[in-house]
Design a protein around this ligand. Structure first.
Ligand code: XMP
Length: 318
């Protein structure tokens, strides 16, 4: 029967058998739950023969890169290569406005950066991935069907590195992964985190991604999430985030006219991301969020709340 400890023990034993006494492994950390739990589990099995590579594409939310380094390097003492590749990604994204093109660019660049770092580390035979049971089923069952969005899970790693996959979470459901993560000592903040798309804020800054527009979005998004947490609503929501459109509208401030960006707030409930409903916020919470965003974030003069269900809307705007 299922207990967290027995699951951890057998996963650790299986990793040791697979990797052997001297094998070395890599893991790509994204800050997400699955790759984090997989990393800590494999570290328990093979110690410092695991190296984590954190490709920081500069498209993360406020504070996330720091959280990754704090958790894995400082707390778990996992050898961590933090690659600050923000300039590279931004250079590739310059002038690009098409959502699918942005996804392809981020996915491709991610693989390039990861590959460079992996080669630098030399003799490594294994690649750890946080594949969970629903991923296994989904990819096995896929066939035909229209592609609505290409979901590059920024983790789809190069085959030509010739690494053997280690997938310690392959038999687990999401809730079980969370339980294992907690038992391994991962912080609640990380284990209970909302899903976050691989291309990150690149698909939430609508149209061209520039450092200035990223900064606006990041600041508004941080306020939104901070107020959601403060109101005790975080765990009732599947995903919540801000979107920065590529239009501006007229507003008024003091005795002057403004012409600035709106921020779109999106918060949904869902079981699996396939369908979704908008989250019913108390109006006081929306009001506080609105007044903080227009008061604190430069270049923003309006806040709107997206009440579209999925379908027909998608969760993301791009
Ligand atoms: P949509 O917008 O299609 O999103 O309703 C459904 C879920 O998928 C996530 N999503 C992505 N995840 N790479 C990812 O890793 C992507 O390109 C991507 N696009 C959407 C989205 O955040 C939601 O959880």
């Amino acid at each position: 029967d299922w207990t967290v400890d027995s699951v951890i023990d057998s996963a650790v034993a299986a990793v040791r058998r697979q990797v052997g006494e001297t094998g070395r492994a890599l893991v790509a950390l994204s800050g997400g739950v699955d790759s984090s739990v997989a990393a800590v589990l494999v570290h328990r099995a093979i110690g410092d023969r695991l190296t984590a590579i954190f490709v920081d594409h500069g498209l993360l939310r406020a504070g996330e890169a720091e959280q990754v380094t704090r958790t894995f390097r400082d707390h778990f003492h996992i050898p961590l290569v933090h690659v600050d590749a923000a300039d590279r990604f931004l250079a590739r994204l310059r002038g690009v406005t098409d959502p699918e093109e942005k996804r392809r660019i981020v996915g491709r660049e991610f693989i390039r950066v990861f590959e460079e770092e992996a080669r630098r580390l030399g003799e490594v035979g294994f690649l750890v991935q946080g594949t969970i049971y629903p991923d296994v089923v989904e990819s096995g069952a896929s066939g035909g069907g229209a592609v609505i969005k290409t979901h590059h899970n920024v983790g789809g790693i190069p085959e030509d590195l010739g690494l053997e996959l280690v997938e310690p979470l392959r038999l687990l459901f999401k809730d079980e992964v969370r339980e294992v993560g907690r038992a391994l000592g991962l912080p609640d903040e990380l284990v209970g985190r909302h899903p976050f798309p691989g291309p990150g804020l690149a698909i939430r800054v609508l149209g061209e991604v520039t450092p200035e527009r990223l900064a606006i979005l990041r600041q508004a998004d941080a306020i939104f999430l901070e107020e959601i947490r403060r109101a005790g609503l975080y765990d009732r929501i599947w995903q919540a985030f801000a979107v920065l459109p590529d239009v501006r509208s007229v507003g008024v401030m003091g005795d002057g006219r403004t012409y600035a960006y709106p921020i779109v707030l999106r918060a949904v409930t869902s079981e699996d991301g396939m369908t979704a409903d908008f989250f019913r916020f108390p109006y006081e919470v929306l009001e506080r969020i609105m007044s903080r965003i227009v008061g604190e974030v430069p270049h923003v003069n309006r806040v709107v709340y997206d009440i579209t269900t999925k379908p027909p809307g998608t969760i993301e705007w791009e």
